[in-house]
Design a protein around this ligand. Sequence first.
Ligand SMILES: Cc1cc2nc3c(=O)[nH]c(=O)nc-3n(C[C@H](O)[C@H](O)[C@H](O)COP(=O)(O)OP(=O)(O)OC[C@H]3O[C@@H](n4cnc5c(N)ncnc54)[C@H](O)[C@@H]3O)c2cc1C
Length: 468
Amino acid sequence: MSKVHAVSHWWNQIGEPEPSDILQGSLTCDVVIVGAGFTGMWTAYYLKKLDPSLDIRIIEARFAGFGASGRNGGWLTNTITGGHEWYLKKFGVEATKRFQLAMNDTVAEVIRVAEAEGIDADIFKGGSLMVARTPAAMQRTSKVFESALPEEGWQRLSAKESQEHINISDTLGGLWLPDCARIHPAKLASGLANVLRKMGVRIHEGTITSQIIPGREPDDPIGPGPKLPTVITEKGEVQAQVVLRATEGFTTLLKGLKRQWLPLNSSMIVTEEIPENLWNEIGWSGYDTVEDAAHIYSYAQRTKDNRIAIGGRGKPYRFGSEVNASGDIAPETVEQLSNVVKTWFPALSGIGVDYGWSGVLGVPRTWRATLGLHPGSGMAWAGGYVGTGVAATNLAGRTMADLITGRETELTTLPWVNQEARFWEPEPLRWIGIQSVYLGYRLADKSESAGGDKTSVFAKLANLLAGR
Ligand SMILES: Cc1cc2nc3c(=O)[nH]c(=O)nc-3n(C[C@H](O)[C@H](O)[C@H](O)COP(=O)(O)OP(=O)(O)OC[C@H]3O[C@@H](n4cnc5c(N)ncnc54)[C@H](O)[C@@H]3O)c2cc1C
């Protein structure tokens, strides 16, 4: 495997940029966003569209797209993070359907903006396949189908129909979802950053924020403090009417937010280029994305240059919420993901791995993404997408732009707005909990592979422990 210095294969392909426009001292502006991932950049994009006169600054520790946004599996999908069940129970059918339809529109919106702004991000909307390879997974996909909202668009497939999409070994059946497109994450991130710069948004890269201080009134019970919310960096302080925290898996590194969102590692590999005859042999002639229905599932895309990029959990959590920012991947994770490719497609046993990397996801205690704005303190936040943020960040960005400009719209009344998550448990409970959850899923996958048509009790216990 050839590992160069980039944080992902995607960045390796187009070249990792040097940080530019580093902050030079303190300033005041209209809106400051911490984090130049998709969340921060989409918010800036729609804000600037709504009000071109706004002075918007993004503070970024490394470079735009350095985080999960430049490292992900490239699934632009309509999935609601954490599923729709909780929203159905808490907000009812209408609100949940509106949320789902908004996610469907979001897939189309990202494709529309990329086209309108001339961003070539290898986007192809080929739908998405979920494959069941064990009787228990088959039963689970049936449950997903039966409890799905019609608006999600799931279609049930027989083994033969599923294999007509992609011929994965031991397929028993599957589900197909039309609202999913493949993207090249780094091309989308760098394209978006360039568009923003042209629109006049300043992205201060190479600038680390250590703390965000909410704005306070003079009689605030907490005591005196700056009236405007303030971003403290090593290069100076930035004050604004609104500060948006868009730091996702890195949020834990900010002062006072250690237990806000759990940083969960996620890993990927990309194979060598695969010749056309082998694509025909494995029956992957289109560009559907594909995942299996295991508890520790793997998900993959066929890249524009004909490789398989496949992701899975790897080593999910490090004690004390330590963040692995470098992109390093453990050799056993590379082997594990490479074995998934060979198991799914025995014809690819001779195909090697070209690159492997990791990234970090933000996981709220509820496992549901959220965004909001406290008008009193000027503090806004968005994130906690777990593994489904490529599309959701765009919806968050559009919604956040409406919230910041004080507009009441269809988007600002969606049920994920202003839901705050409670903190994660302190260590060592956090570490023990996450290790136990993933041990449960590993044992469940093992026992389900050995037979039985019911979801393993280990998975049920793991779900209970995770609070999902
Ligand atoms: C390996 C992997 C595969 C994934 N696959 C998919 C997928 O296929 N489909 C999908 O929908 N989702 C996927 N995801 C999730 C998705 O990538 C994320 O949900 C999404 O990119 C989050 O965007 P963001 O802007 O909120 O966060 P990020 O992209 O992580 O951006 C946060 C930014 O904030 C900066 N930052 C953080 N702290 C500070 C600080 N203190 N000071 C200054 N800057 C700071 C970081 O450098 C970073 O650039 C995947 C994630 C990973 C890691």
